[in-house]
Design a protein around this ligand. Structure first.
Ligand SMILES: Cc1cc2nc3c(=O)[nH]c(=O)nc-3n(C[C@H](O)[C@H](O)[C@H](O)COP(=O)(O)OP(=O)(O)OC[C@H]3O[C@@H](n4cnc5c(N)ncnc54)[C@H](O)[C@@H]3O)c2cc1C
Length: 270
């Protein structure tokens, strides 16, 4: 849609060029920004010309620029020892999206939206991602993805603070994984998107619960748990009022399918 409150679009080539004030909004792919009126925004700050490389492989892991498009992540082929890379496509497929969103939406835009069904949140939280945030007039800071999202459409970003990148450590990318997702309708938003990762010797089993809860939840076990231990841990961590109730599924439904899918994942990885 046309945003008739916008009077200026800035296209900075460096972060230092940005002079932030109220009324500014960072523009990623624009798929959400242009999907509804933005009455309190008069200026878009387009991130594209900052020219960040979309994906950078380093010995310690993968740097995903906030401006990396969903389609670029989809096309990524990692080193063979990064066994969790196929999870990228599996999470991307959970995104309710059109051709336009697939090609325009950015990984950073999805994470900053901080919706429970944000598939890039599920992916990067499950792979122990760490966000680099650039505040206005401050020192860059790092926040794990699992702590970045604080609730439905809320996160730790301060005014004018930019999500620069998400780093996925090689230690998580080399783990085995299993994933399950359900939606109430065939192409609907996720009601639950659950991932677990584990090392070869059954050590460091990490369960990540998303979409069923307002924010991502990690439950970590030293070794792959038994069915009983897993059930008990989810129960203790997430009381009945901790589940997310919306048109895409009631809290009771999401709680029920989470237990069901988490056990499937545990059995698959055992
Ligand atoms: C039909 C349709 C279906 C959708 N389905 C889903 C879905 O299933 N799940 C889901 O989560 N979302 C969904 N969305 C919402 C949205 O399209 C996605 O979340 C998308 O990934 C947002 O990315 P973007 O790059 O287009 O963000 P933009 O629209 O550019 O920006 C989104 C928000 O993030 C801010 N922002 C963007 N980049 C940065 C940055 N680097 N640092 C700080 N702030 C930033 C913007 O200012 C804005 O507030 C859907 C939208 C539509 C229209």
């Amino acid at each position: 849609m046309n945003l008739n409150t916008i009077v200026d679009v800035k296209r900075p080539k460096s972060f230092e060029e940005i002079e932030w004030r109220d009324g500014h909004a960072f523009l990623g792919g624009g798929t959400w920004l242009f999907s509804e009126p933005q009455v309190s925004t008069d200026t878009l700050v387009d991130l594209e010309r900052l020219g960040w490389p979309a994906l950078t492989v380093t010995p310690s892991g993968l740097e995903i620029a906030a401006t990396c498009k969903i389609v670029e992540l989809h096309d990524f082929k990692g080193p063979p020892e990064w066994r969790a890379v196929p999870l990228f496509d599996k999470c991307i497929d959970c995104f309710l999206m059109s051709f336009k969103i697939w090609n325009a939406a950015t990984v950073g835009g999805n994470i900053v939206m901080s919706l429970p069904a944000g598939a890039m949140i599920s992916l990067t939280a499950a792979l122990e991602g760490v966000c680099t945030l650039w505040p206005q007039n401050g020192t860059p800071r790092e926040v794990p993805v699992v702590d970045f999202v604080t609730g439905m459409h809320t996160n730790v970003l301060q005014k004018g603070e930019l999500l620069r990148q998400i780093f996925l450590p090689a230690s998580a990318l080399t783990k085995r994984f299993a994933m399950r997702q359900v939606s109430l309708t065939h192409f609907g938003r996720s009601a639950a998107l659950i991932v677990a990762t584990v090392e070869d010797n059954d050590y460091d089993f990490l369960l990540t619960i998303t979409a069923a809860t307002p924010r991502p939840v990690h439950i970590r076990f030293r070794k792959t748990p038994s069915a009983k231990e897993l059930h008990q841990a989810i129960n203790e961590r997430l009381p009945p009022d901790a589940w997310f109730n919306d048109v895409h599924g009631s809290a009771a439904y999401k709680r029920h399918v989470t237990f069901y899918l988490a056990e499937q994942i545990r059995a698959e990885l055992s």
